[in-house]
Design a protein around this ligand. Sequence first.
Ligand code: PMV
Length: 327
Amino acid sequence: MTAATARACANIALVKYWGKRDSQLNLPAAGSLSLTLAALVTETTVAFDPELASDELILDGTIARPTESARISSFLDLIRAEAKLTTRAHVTSTNQFPTASGLASSASGFAALAVAASTAAGLTASPRALSILARRGSGSAARSIFGGFVRMHAGTASDGSDAFAEPVASRLLDRVRMVIAIVGGGAPKSHGSRDAMDHTAATSPLYRAWLDLVPNDLAAAEGALASGDLAALGAITEANALAMHASALAARPAVIYWQPATLALLAEVRALRERGLAAWGTMDAGPHVKVLTSIADAEAVAAALRSVPGASEVIISAPGGPTTVTA
Ligand code: PMV
């Protein structure tokens, strides 16, 4: 039996990935830019075992549902094909998130799985190859291979060989925090991002406008990272998230991720900015609000968000590092 364990951090996109140019290879229609987060960690062990008749997946201590297991098995098939293996595997994956509330991350999950499974299979892959592999599991996972600020490239090749992520150096990395406000309490189950982005692309009259916007936001965000301008990066982050959600809201039928508390939190973020604090909100395929802020303002931002009705938990995260093999 050959086993390996990897540890990956989730990431939050500052310029979102929302829409594919190829579903089979999971190729994004546009680039994206994210911040990897130290507080949201997934640890995954993969053990190839000749005794097994099928793959076994234990997620957070319980046997995974058949749909989850099937998705993991097809991902492992990519690694088996590359390593010329037929052996099935035990996969044990644990989210070491400071909350149980709906922050489940396919990004850290597939990044940890890509690295643990490749290592256990005896493959030596470069970080870029691992990013390309993780992308096959989930588009955002390609970014979690790397730490800090990360740029995902849409690429143009039909085989996806140029659709990978890479880290972007910026002195802002020593200045930023992300405050994560969990919106809990009876929120209906969200539409999965995979189906929702396909549905937006197929039916939203605003999808074209969204795709036209992304390259401009990426260029402006990279400019802000290069010049160390947190206010500029924050403004793009919030505006880009709202534009992504606008495209989803305009899908037919609509994809609505927000709860009343989501809007209350966004209003508080604006109020904080008016008081001169660094705070810019972003939302993904769920009701939670993540706030880009500075180290200096993180505690004050977290305290203000804790007082918003409907925010069940508030976490401060520092930037996180790359995915690593731990055993
Ligand atoms: O990686 P996926 O397929 O779960 O899609 C991620 C989609 C968003 O979280 C909404 C945006 C992003 O870039 O992470």
